[in-house]
Design a protein around this ligand. Structure first.
Ligand code: S3P
Length: 175
């Protein structure tokens, strides 16, 4: 089985994906990490030098290269914007990825992202006082695509990491 985790920045895609893969005995790939390895640049550097459009091209190409490998038994953690691009969704469909939407409550995302603002190119330049409104608006602009593409949706509000992992694992319904 091939699983792709997606959802907004700060949803925990990378950490939960990694833990889920370990639990299932699957390989784990984080798309942002693969981009950084392939380019030798951080996501922040890519945004700075090539802008979001340049980043999206690299993101698509990295996903394409990965999909070509045709791996099975894999958990793939996507970036927050990956699923928004129809061409990326086509790539996932090519290999019948089960798309799992990690739907974390927006107030929780805002709290997490406040602490990590400087690591995130999309919100780095937003003044502190505008951050909540900005995140809210970006989330709303993506919400329909997030909702419509979910083969499985996991709602997370106050659950801690272990509880979220358990919920994710149980909802996969593998037994
Ligand atoms: C982005 C999310 C980031 C990263 C890039 C763009 C987005 O990934 O791909 O900064 O458009 O939401 P995470 O969701 O893993 O932070």
């Amino acid at each position: 089985m091939r699983l792709a985790l997606y959802g907004f920045m700060g949803a925990g895609k990378s950490a939960l994906g990694k833990a889920l893969a370990r639990r299932l005995g699957y390989s784990f790939i984080d798309l942002d990490e693969a981009i950084e390895q392939n380019t030798g640049q951080s996501i922040a550097q890519i945004f700075k030098e090539k802008g979001e459009i340049g980043f999206r091209k690299i993101e698509h190409q990295t996903l394409k290269d990965f999909i070509k490998k045709n791996l099975d038994n894999v958990v793939l953690s996507l970036g927050g914007g990956t699923i928004i691009q129809p061409t990326n969704r086509q790539l996932l469909a090519l290999r019948q990825y089960k798309k799992i939407y990690l739907n974390v409550a927006v107030p929780v995302l805002i709290e997490r992202l406040k602490k990590e603002k400087n690591k995130r190119p999309l919100i780095q330049t937003i003044p502190e006082q505008d951050l909540a409104a900005y995140i809210n608006a970006l989330f709303i602009s993506r919400q329909a695509v997030y909702e419509q593409n979910a083969d499985l949706k996991i709602n997370i509000a106050q659950e801690n990491f272990d509880q979220a992992l358990e919920k994710l694992y149980l909802h996969l319904n593998l037994n």
